[in-house]
Design a protein around this ligand. Structure first.
Ligand code: 4AD
Ligand code: MG
Length: 461
């Protein structure tokens, strides 16, 4: 399309009387006496532009009958809009129709339920809500690279196919080229030496272990990539495929880790408020009335920190009937996390120094012998959004821990090597990208913040 301008640019930079060409999809077509109005949207902004089509056009009749969802381009002149809330209308000189959408186009109504829209995930990006959402997702992903780029962090692409189960939770999706029928019949277990990689492999649950190796060469690094977990939890917060941002810093302890997490989180809050105002206002009006105010507050205030032990005391004192009982040593459930961040802290809250039994093998043992230098950042409505720790950099303690947890050291010889030569204190964390988007938009289900969600029994699109 020669000279096509994105509608967002037309609205921001256009001037009355100028000639422009735009192209997009009709959100609505209203025909009156001798004039037709088309609300045209090209995905570049929420509102789109109103097209005014008069009877002098040779294809006026056909244009007046166009269905919602039709694709077209329009060349014409910008005029001042008499309607409030929009700067210009485009008076069409020519309208080129690419395809007239038939009345069975599923997005006829103004409002559809999120459940229904999930069943047409191939079309939902054309709605206001998902348009705003995926614009925000794209913006955030660039802002994240910018944040680390500006601070001298090296971007490292850690492998997607891997032999290690970093979190040790046994949630690896298997990757194999072995014949599935032969797999199930294999006597005495599967012989992975005959497999593609000559060993058992799966999809990564975290880029952390490889990230650590790079931190011990480049100082400050981060990964931002797809992450896979075969955990069979059908909750609004878990996806089998999600994206994670994992920075790792050499010569850093837990306090430095929390400081980076806080700076990062507040930076992202500020950027979306400043640069995605139109979409953020939409989320505030339609998904969560308190959204912008809450995020504005978070951008401007220091986060609180609480010891795990104190969190347990707070929960035991709470006059709330939790489903999962609380005592020292239990892992926090979402109901506990939300109570702490919503009722106790009334804002983001770091919980630090968890019992070693409930955390991964790589976390640094504290001097008390029973906790590790772990931190989770909890936020209202979502619960855990960041998980991180200072790493066990002492080779002997790390090996003991692996033996205790039944992790064969042979499989991680390369990781253990990083503790042999030039080991140093280091720390990092993982931010779940989808949970971040849920937090920043008020969207309550993880299935509605990722283009094509993968959850138990769902991988259709
Ligand atoms: O707490 P997690 O499991 O930590 C790690 O994977 C560490 N290796 C990170 C690190 O220290 N480099 O996961 C980190 C975050 C969680 O806080 C959560 O936001 C998100 O990843 N997350 C999920 N998001 C969506 N669906 C799931 N199934 C998720 N599991 C974790
Ligand atoms: Mg965690």
């Amino acid at each position: 399309m020669t000279g096509r301008m994105r509608i967002r640019r037309v609205l921001e930079q256009g001037s009355v009387g100028s000639d422009v060409t735009v192209a997009g999809w009709a959100r609505s077509v209203r025909s009156g006496k001798g004039v037709t109005f088309i609300a045209l949207n090209d995905g570049s902004c929420l509102g789109g532009i109103q097209i005014v089509v008069g009877p002098e056009l040779h294809n006026f009749e056909a244009v007046a009958r166009l269905g919602t969802g039709s694709s077209l381009s329009v060349a014409g002149k910008l005029v001042e809009s008499p309607a409030v809330g929009q700067r210009f209308e485009l008076v069409a000189a020519t309208v080129t129709v690419y395809q007239d959408a038939t009345p069975d186009y599923p997005l006829q109504k103004k409002r559809h339920s999120f459940e229904y829209l999930r069943s047409i995930a191939h079309l939902r990006p054309r709605t206001n809500t998902f348009g705003a959402l995926f614009r925000l997702r794209s913006f955030l992903s660039q802002a994240i690279h910018q944040f680390f780029g500006e601070r001298g962090f090296l971007c490292v692409h850690t492998p997607i196919i891997t032999g290690n189960d970093c979190e040790g939770a046994g949630e690896l999706f298997r990757v194999t080229t072995l014949d599935p029928a032969a797999l199930s019949r294999a006597p005495g277990g599967v012989d992975y030496s005959a497999d593609f990689f000559g060993r058992a492999t799966g999809l990564t649950v975290s880029g952390q272990l490889e990230g650590e190796l790079f931190a011990l060469a480049f100082g400050d690094i981060y990964t931002f990539g797809p992450t896979f977990r075969a955990e069979n939890s059908n909750t609004p917060r878990h996806a089998a495929e999600f994206w994670m941002i994992e920075p790792e810093m050499a010569f850093a302890d837990l306090a430095a880790d929390a400081a980076l997490a806080e700076e990062f989180f507040r930076y992202l809050c500020r950027r979306v408020l400043e640069e995605c105002a139109e979409d953020m206002e939409f989320f505030t009006a339609h998904l969560d009335r308190g959204l912008m105010e809450r995020i504005g507050k978070v951008a401007g205030t220091k986060f609180q920190i609480m010891e795990y032990g104190d969190a347990i005391v707070q929960l035991q004192r709470a006059k709330v009937p939790f489903v999962y009982p609380v005592k020292w040593g239990v892992d926090l459930q979402t109901e506990h996390e939300r109570y702490l961040t919503e009722q106790v802290a009334d804002g983001p809250l770091f919980v630090v120094n968890y019992p070693r039994e409930i955390k991964a093998f790589y976390m640094r043992g504290n001097d008390d012998g029973r906790t590790v230098a772990a931190m989770d950042l909890l936020v209202p409505k979502v619960g855990e959004i960041i998980g991180g720790s200072q790493r066990e950099e002492r080779s002997d303690l790390l090996q003991c821990r692996m033996v205790e947890m039944g992790i064969p050291p042979e499989g991680l010889w390369w990781y253990l090597d990083s503790r042999r030569w030039g080991s140093c204190p280091h720390a990092g964390f993982g931010l779940g990208f989808e949970r971040l988007i849920m937090y920043l938009t008020g969207m309550e289900n993880i299935r509605d913040v990722i283009p094509f969600p993968r959850t138990p029994r769902h991988a259709e699109f």
